[in-house]
Design a protein around this ligand. Structure first.
Ligand code: SAH
Length: 215
């Protein structure tokens, strides 16, 4: 109980810092709800509310809170939306998206490392998120069985936008995706009559590995 209260205070501190960086109130509210300490390895739970990426095993990382916040803001997530995430990892980012799309929305997340499929499912269950489904597979192929998606969030760096993801995005949908191997940039892709890409900022992510990713 005492520990939960401490975590809540730390979470408030994290949210206050993000507010100072211009994150929207909606996203801050969502991040105030998600217990990030349930998504990091137990020996790192005292660092759960610092603004850093943390190792989650298998050479992968949970993204820094400001990166999750920024990506959610760029996607302008709304209640009831259907979202595809590539790279479930710890499940944290999916949980923040789930808060934003509400109970009527759904997050489908694809993860290629089986151990992390199980890890993210357990974390999400423990934290109480029932509207997130984690599937094992190569996310560069998307998840055609539930397409089209309102929004797509790619949480690892791709060589370019994988064509199946573009196909599975609704017209007027948005995708956020880091592109590049060493020098990576975050892009917001809008699917209108054509495809518009807006470069947002420099970032650092683990690589997207797969058919339309890095080999
Ligand atoms: N969203 C995660 C961050 C995960 S890091 C979180 O909140 O914790 C990126 C993840 O992408 C890693 O777990 C990695 O295994 C996964 N990944 C890399 N290539 C992938 C692919 N082709 N398909 C699905 N997942 C992939």
């Amino acid at each position: 109980m005492e520990e939960e209260r401490e975590h809540e205070e730390e979470r408030r501190g994290m949210v206050d810092i993000l507010r100072g960086q211009g994150v929207s109130e909606r996203v801050l509210e969502a991040m105030m709800q998600v217990k990030r300490h349930l998504f990091v390895p137990p020996h790192l739970s005292d660092q759960a509310y610092t603004d850093y990426p943390l190792p989650i095993g298998e050479g992968q990382t949970i993204s820094a809170p400001h990166m999750v916040a920024m990506m959610c803001d760029y996607l302008a997530l709304k209640k009831g939306e259907k979202v595809l995430e590539i790279g479930a990892g710890s499940g944290y980012h999916a949980a923040v998206i789930a808060e934003l799309i509400g109970e009527k929305g759904h997050v489908y997340s694809v993860e290629r490392i089986m151990w992390l499929v199980k890890y993210s499912r357990e974390n999400l269950k423990r934290a109480g998120y029932t509207q997130v489904t984690v599937t094992s597979g190569d996310g560069t192929l998307g998840l055609p069985e539930h397409a089209p998606y309102d929004k797509i969030s790619v949480t690892c760096a791709a060589p370019d936008v994988p064509p199946p993801l573009l196909e599975q995005l609704k017209v007027d949908g948005k995708m956020i995706i880091p592109i590049g191997r060493y020098m990576q940039e975050l892009y917001l892709v809008n699917k209108r009559n054509g495809i518009e890409r807006e470069r947002k900022c420099d970032v650092l992510f683990v690589p997207l590995v797969g058919r339309y990713g890095f080999r």
